[in-house]
Design a protein around this ligand. Structure first.
Ligand SMILES: *[C@@H]1O[C@H](CO)[C@@H](O)[C@H](O)[C@H]1NC(C)=O
Ligand SMILES: *[C@@H]1O[C@H](CO)[C@@H](O)[C@H](O)[C@H]1NC(C)=O
Ligand SMILES: *[C@@H]1O[C@H](CO)[C@@H](O)[C@H](O)[C@H]1NC(C)=O
Ligand SMILES: *[C@@H]1O[C@H](CO)[C@@H](O)[C@H](O)[C@H]1NC(C)=O
Ligand SMILES: *[C@@H]1O[C@H](CO)[C@@H](O)[C@H](O)[C@H]1NC(C)=O
Ligand SMILES: [Fe+2]
Length: 473
């Protein structure tokens, strides 16, 4: 009898607990989609040194590793960079508009650097300024010995409704997967016109003695795209190359010698943080691996920079840095937390549309959330839905030799809208001042397939009551 009563109580208690757990479980599991797509998890192998993508161009002292980036604040300038291996040769670029016979020339300079027992080739950087907007230009480098010819198209004049298409690539490296990512980007029917690169370029530092020859192979690998359209650079942790034990205590040495950016044009004092305008977008590049606390140069620059953005001129405000502020993967979990605590409030205040990052070798897209109410004692330390907040997108899935980040925190947090550990790239397709479309493409699919996509409605031009997510595929 007594036993029976106890059992009855027990059953009631168990039932109550079950109901409680089911309910709280439902509450916890209100995140978005964790893709069920399973890819094979072989480590990605680097393409061998004698691969076609690393081939040295023929001819004596032929320029190699040719790449371009935006060279001014408006998009009328281009920085052309290349390396000559045997002798300095000429740092001059000849260039001419598609429909013009007149060849102009711009004079650059070259530099070299040493890293432990590696000596670089002659690294040339040449700024071409005051180009016409929306014009195809041919250019020639290597004057004197072996010349090579390439072309690029300048962006349209800046304006609020100017359509433009950016590619998003991060953590690329030089594996077979890296080559697949680049190929998919090139063959994507929504043609990207400029690459926003969110850091971690060559992964040369994963080799013994940070073998800088792997910086050269990487430069030759990306030339097929980066010589024809600008890649906008961000420094990642694989650019730090801080190796005092090899006598290399100066961070970012190979990166800063090889990849120049127009930081002075945005009144920055450092190549690690800067801004550019392009078409209808205002793009701010930040550095996860430079001091960013209060009173630091980066902080002081951003304080002055954000109020300069004129959303009537450039409606789209895009920020990127290497380390994500929101990521629900186990690898690198919360590494971006210090930067989030300092800057997230400003991203909300200035209605940043989207924040891109790499670092985590996977893809993830957040809801519009903010987590800025916490003041140490009020306990308000959970992200909440916030229509003034940016969407955070992690796109560190270029395909480097370290492989994918497959382990995710469970349950999927509510701020996470979609996550998947596959290699791929993104396309940001700006239509006009109110609408922009983002698509994520995984390498296993056909070139036109989007594994995840979202309409992003402009945070300045569309009232914040309206949802940012107009349509989910
Ligand atoms: C890399 O991709 C390109 C373009 O698809 C292809 O031509 C080349 O053979 C590939 N190289 C390697 C080593 O996979
Ligand atoms: C640099 O040092 C490493 C290790 O001692 C050696 O294997 C390599 O051949 C050296 N490279 C050059 C260019 O001297
Ligand atoms: C390469 O060009 C430079 C400058 O024009 C010239 O001085 C040099 O003799 C050339 N070298 C060869 C091997 O043609
Ligand atoms: C913002 O840009 C618009 C369009 O170019 C211009 O008319 C306006 O004067 C600018 N506003 C400020 C404060 O500079
Ligand atoms: C902006 O682009 C979107 C998507 O293409 C379109 O639906 C909308 O009508 C456009 N707005 C204007 C003012 O043209
Ligand atoms: Fe990284």
């Amino acid at each position: 009898m007594v036993m029976g009563v106890v059992s009855w109580d027990h059953i009631v208690l168990v039932t109550l607990f079950l109901v409680f757990f089911i309910l709280s479980d439902l509450e916890l599991c209100n995140g978005g989609i964790t893709s069920s797509y399973v890819r094979n998890d072989d480590l990605s192998l680097d393409m061998p040194i004698d691969s076609d993508v690393f081939r040295i161009p023929p001819g004596y002292n032929a320029p190699q590793q040719v790449h371009i980036t935006q060279g001014d604040h408006e998009g009328k300038g281009v920085i052309v960079s290349w390396i000559t291996p045997e002798e300095p040769g000429s740092s001059t670029v000849l260039y001419w508009a598609e429909n013009s016979q007149h060849k102009s020339q711009a004079n650059g300079f070259f530099l070299t650097y040493k890293f432990f027992n590696y000596t670089s080739g002659y690294i040339h950087h040449c700024s071409i300024n005051n180009l016409e907007f929306d014009t195809k230009y041919y250019y020639e480098v290597g004057i004197g010995n072996t010349t090579r010819k390439f072309w690029f198209r300048t962006p349209p004049r800046i304006g609020p409704d100017v359509p433009y298409t950016f590619g998003l690539i991060g953590d690329l490296g030089q594996t077979h997967d890296s080559n697949r990512t680049l190929t998919h980007y090139e063959l994507n029917p929504t043609k990207g016109q400029t690459v926003l690169f969110v850091g971690d370029l060559s992964y040369a530092d994963d080799y013994p003695l940070h073998d800088n020859n792997r910086w050269d192979t990487w430069g030759r690998f990306i030339e097929r795209n980066a010589a024809y359209q600008p890649w906008i650079w961000t420094a990642g942790n694989h650019e730090i190359d801080f190796v005092p034990e090899l006598g290399e205590p100066k961070p970012f040495k190979p990166y800063t010698n090889r990849y120049h950016v127009p930081y002075k044009a945005s009144e920055s004092t450092s190549p690690f943080w800067y801004s550019i305008k392009r078409a209808s977008a205002y793009i701010i590049v930040m550095s996860s691996y430079s001091a960013f606390g209060k009173y630091t140069p980066q902080y002081k620059w951003l304080v002055k920079e954000l109020p300069k953005v004129n959303r009537t001129e450039t409606p789209w405000l895009i920020v990127f840095m290497h380390c994500p502020l929101y990521s629900s993967y186990v690898h690198h979990y919360m590494e971006g937390e210090t930067m989030r605590v300092i800057y997230e409030e400003w991203f909300v205040q200035y209605k940043v549309d989207v924040v891109f990052a790499g670092h985590v070798h996977a893809y993830e897209r957040s809801e519009r959330v903010s987590n800025i109410a916490y003041n140490i004692v009020n306990g308000l330390c959970t992200p909440i839905s916030d229509q003034s907040a940016p969407v955070y997108i992690t796109i560190g899935d270029g395909g480097n030799l370290e492989g994918l980040a497959t382990e995710m925190t469970e349950p999927q947090p509510s701020y996470s809208a979609y996550r998947e550990a596959s290699f791929g790239h993104g396309i940001l397709d700006i239509k006009n001042r109110t609408h922009m479309y983002f698509g994520w493409h995984r390498n296993q699919d056909g070139y036109a397939v989007e594994a995840d996509s979202v309409w992003l409605l402009n945070r300045y031009w569309i009232s914040s009551e309206r949802s940012s997510v107009a349509a989910l595929r």
